[in-house]
Design a protein around this ligand. Structure first.
Ligand SMILES: [Zn+2]
Ligand SMILES: [Zn+2]
Length: 362
């Protein structure tokens, strides 16, 4: 099958023909119809984060179940599914306590002693990033497939694999934003825009979008932001004070970029009692004023993939879309063939608002 393989980081993806293994008893092969270019893969594409190579990236995809292993019971050939970045065993303490994203019993990769899921024609193993969705097919654990309505378009469904639920769930599941709260969202890419529209649905009285790109801030307004701050042209705390005079900051903040400065900003813009939720992928250290924790009971927490019960929540997110209450089509600006994937990432890397989805014939 055709796949986009990364050999060096930073580097370009090489589209080539590779071999996909047969499914093991609890695995399935999904014929991919649409695969989104998520910003977080840039951490591996152009920032040189350490990882085994060669590797196939991509973790935001939807398609049709093509083959199932001998013990698969949750899906059938022909089902339309979203591939999810994480698996769940359904039985550990996390799965039973509604925190499926923390389940570690179901590996999203095969055991290193097993045959590789992907390999070159000469037998060289190719690593997989959870889904390895920049390819015509993906081989995953059955718990990573979420069945969806057959009338949902695959490009829409693909985005409900990562960008949409990650922003949406951080607001609705992890932070539990309540009606009339004030909310700030730092970073207005795919995840931030979905945090914004979730905050609107949750009844926030003010939703303040913060970004360095005026195009993204304009998009943020279309997704329901009541106010915008361009953080490159001014002092964010001062602007926030003008928007919310006398409040001392926001009740909830969300960081959707993945940088030291924005992690710290998410905490610093909280009013007493406020809660910051950090979503962006960042692996360094941060420094926060300790006094702000105890003197004002502020808190900061992480959210992984929207902290969702994904089997239950992804179909509900699609229902909101079908009712016209969530904007999803507006998130897609380009539909491209796999051969144009490097150009698609170059756009994202420039900070453009363009968001591409790779489309395959199925
Ligand atoms: Zn993603
Ligand atoms: Zn589990």
């Amino acid at each position: 099958m055709k796949a986009a393989v990364l050999y060096e980081s930073p580097g370009q993806l090489q589209v080539e023909d590779i071999v996909i293994d047969d499914p093991q008893p609890n695995e399935i092969i999904i014929q991919i119809a649409a695969s989104g270019l998520c910003h977080s893969d840039l951490h591996w594409l152009d920032r040189g984060y350490p990882m085994p190579k060669p590797i196939v990236l991509g973790h935001e995809a939807a398609g049709i179940v093509a083959r199932v292993g001998s013990e698969v019971s949750k899906v059938q050939v022909g089902d339309h599914v979203i591939g999810y970045n994480l698996g769940s065993c359904g039985d550990c303490e996390w799965c039973r306590s509604d925190r499926k994203v923390l389940c570690t019993r179901v590996g999203v990769r095969r055991d290193p002693s097993d045959r590789p899921r992907l390999s070159k024609h000469d037998g060289t193993p190719i690593e997989t990033s959870s889904l390895a969705a920049f390819a015509e097919q993906m081989l995953v654990h059955e718990s990573q497939a979420v069945i969806i309505d057959k009338d949902i378009a695959f490009d829409i469904a693909a985005m409900v694999g990562c960008g949409v639920p990650t922003g949406f769930g951080a607001v609705t599941r992890r932070a539990n934003v309540y009606p009339n709260a004030t909310v700030a969202v730092i970073g207005c890419g795919g995840i931030g825009l979905n945090a914004i529209q979730a905050a609107v649905l949750a009844g926030a009285s003010r939703v303040i979008a913060i970004d360095v790109n005026d195009g993204k801030l304009e998009l943020a307004r279309q997704f329901g932001a009541t106010d915008v701050i361009n953080s490159s042209t001014g002092d964010v705390l001062k602007r926030l004070g003008e928007i919310l005079p006398g409040r001392g900051g926001v009740d909830f903040s969300f960081e959707a970029i993945g940088k030291k400065a924005t992690y710290e900003l998410a905490f610093e813009i909280l009013r007493p009692g406020g809660l910051a939720t950090v979503i962006g992928v960042y692996e360094g250290d941060i420094q926060l004023p300790a006094q702000l924790f105890w003197s004002g009971e502020r808190a900061i927490q992480g959210s992984l993939m929207g902290s969702l019960d994904f089997q239950a929540d992804l179909p509900r997110i699609l229902e909101l879309y079908q009712q016209g209450r969530l904007k999803l089509e507006e998130l897609i600006s380009n539909r491209i063939p796999l051969e144009q994937i490097n150009e698609g990432y170059a756009e994202i890397s420039k900070g453009s608002v363009a968001r591409s989805v790779v489309m395959f014939d199925v």
